[in-house]
Design a protein around this ligand. Structure first.
Ligand SMILES: Cc1ncc(COP(=O)(O)O)c(C=O)c1O
Length: 469
């Protein structure tokens, strides 16, 4: 791109675009221009100035197979030239119907006879689920069950309902007067769990070395039982990983046990698998694969392989049946692009890729490469925990390994490390002082190694030796 065209794109961006989760630029400030990306191929992205970067966080956790994957491009272009879009209000299309059926099959046995409502982003999938669950309790003759539980640090999106069942003070505090009340359940997070008696051990994920009596489940039980008699509707749980909370990862078996405990109390489980589902951590639905029995699962992000906006609210037969009763009214909720054919075609192609032997081997190779690369970070004395769930590797930076004390947030260690990584050709975004590597599935073991080395070198640049303040 010519220098002039490049400057024009940057000027238009800085003048007219309002970037999510970004402070608007102060006019006349000398802040560097936003990096404008122009092209993507596999695990790499190019900016308008011709610089190349690794896509270290799969473009905010969406791009699943790699940029420009031929199977996804073919599926979308074929579909878009046949039928670009059609209303889902009383009308159907082949792709949405097939995708709904395939999702239910992939999420069997819990959802084998469930139903799927499509929308375009994760927050909307959560919003639809909230309204479905709210009305479902009324249809079940339990109008008092309207209280939602959520984990500490939960993040389910930025619409009003999704914020209400989130617990992210940093993101949502300014809007608390718009939200409804939810009740907080302690986060199942071994690294900082007050009940984990194990001393920190270098080289070991805190979940593996944990010594506890599953107090997190006892606490969940206590919160459910403390809620005024029979008022709890459902627990909202991000399955396996709470991304925005700092890539907090649950111990293996938590979801299944939590699900059983809730079931005994007739409290529903609503799983947010927008980050971890659709193949990012293996199965389409990690909670179902773990033996949990959610009533609702929200999918998004990599559902379309990361190429078009698509999300889904998948409900169990138990919920669908309530709405199938003759006395049930219309569920007044929907979106103009619900079931968009090209987006659904991309999702079908993505599911097909995921089920292919070649891709399953790739997935396993990527997970193994991430695990191997994770070991590098333990060489740095300020690394407190290295944890992995499928295609997600998280590295937590702390001031003090033994006490797990974080650095003061105003030092922005995570952001500075990731800025140093951009200069070295790796794009990723931290959550606080937790560094993340979540490359697309096409990334080779050598590329993963390279990305990890860049991130490690960037960490060493920001914290040259063991650092405290
Ligand atoms: C777990 C989880 N739920 C919901 C959302 C919201 O999804 P979206 O940004 O597509 O609205 C996100 C986004 O990061 C997420 O990580």
């Amino acid at each position: 791109m010519s220098t002039q065209a490049c400057n024009q794109a940057q000027l238009a961006d800085s003048t007219f675009v309002w970037h999510p989760f970004t402070k608007l630029k102060v006019p006349e400030s000398t802040q560097p221009a936003t990096r404008i990306l122009q092209r993507g191929e596999g695990s790499r992205l190019w900016d308008v100035e011709g610089r190349v970067y690794y896509d270290g966080n799969s473009s905010i956790w969406t791009c699943l197979h790699g940029h420009g994957h031929p199977a996804l491009i073919e599926a979308v272009t074929k579909q878009i030239s046949k039928l670009d879009h059609v209303s889902a209000l009383g009308l159907g299309n082949e792709q949405a119907a097939q995708l709904a059926a395939e999702l239910c099959a992939a999420m069997s046995p819990v959802f084998s006879d469930g139903r799927v409502m499509f929308c375009s982003d994760g927050s909307s999938a959560v919003e639809a689920a909230l309204k479905m669950l709210h009305l479902a309790r009324r249809l079940r003759g339990e109008p008092q069950r309207q209280l939602f539980l959520r984990f500490g640090g939960a993040y389910h999106g930025d619409t009003i309902g999704a914020m209400s069942v989130s617990h992210s003070t940093g993101f949502h505090h300014p809007f608390c007067d718009l939200m409804f009340q939810s009740m907080t359940v302690p986060t199942p997070a071994c690294y900082r769990c007050p009940h984990n008696k194990a001393q920190p051990e270098r080289g070991v994920d805190a979940r593996q070395s944990r010594r506890c009596e599953w107090e997190c489940l006892a606490e969940l039980e206590a919160v459910v039982d403390s809620a005024p008699g029979g008022t709890v509707n459902a627990l909202w749980a991000e399955s396996l990983v709470q991304g925005a909370a700092g890539f907090v990862m649950q111990p293996q078996g938590y979801l299944r046990q939590a699900s059983e405990l809730l079931q005994q109390r007739e409290v529903w489980l609503a799983c947010d698998e927008i980050l971890t589902g659709s193949g990012r951590c293996g199965p389409v639905s990690p909670s179902v694969a773990q033996g949990a029995r959610p009533q609702v699962v929200a999918l998004g992000k990599s559902l379309s392989g990361g190429v078009l906006p698509l999300a889904a609210t998948v409900v169990s037969r138990e919920i669908a049946q309530l709405y199938e009763q003759p006395q049930a009214t219309v569920f007044y909720h929907g979106h103009s692009y619900s079931g968009n054919p090209p987006a659904c075609a991309a999702a079908l192609a993505s599911l097909q890729l995921l089920s292919g032997e070649h891709n399953q081997a790739r997935q396993q190779a990527l997970y193994a490469a991430l695990e191997e690369s994770g070991k590098l970070f333990w060489q740095h004395p300020n690394v407190g925990d290295v944890r992995q769930e499928g295609g997600i590797l998280a590295v937590e930076i702390v001031q003090d390994f033994i006490n797990r004390n974080p650095f003061p947030p105003q030092l922005h260690i995570g952001t500075r490390v990731c800025e140093a990584a951009v200069a070295r050709g790796l794009l990723t975004r931290p959550v606080g002082d937790v560094l993340v590597l979540m490359p697309p599935l096409c990334t080779t073991a050598d590329e993963v190694k390279d990305m990890a080395q860049i991130l490690f070198d960037s960490l060493c640049e920001v914290l040259p030796s063991r650092s405290t303040v």
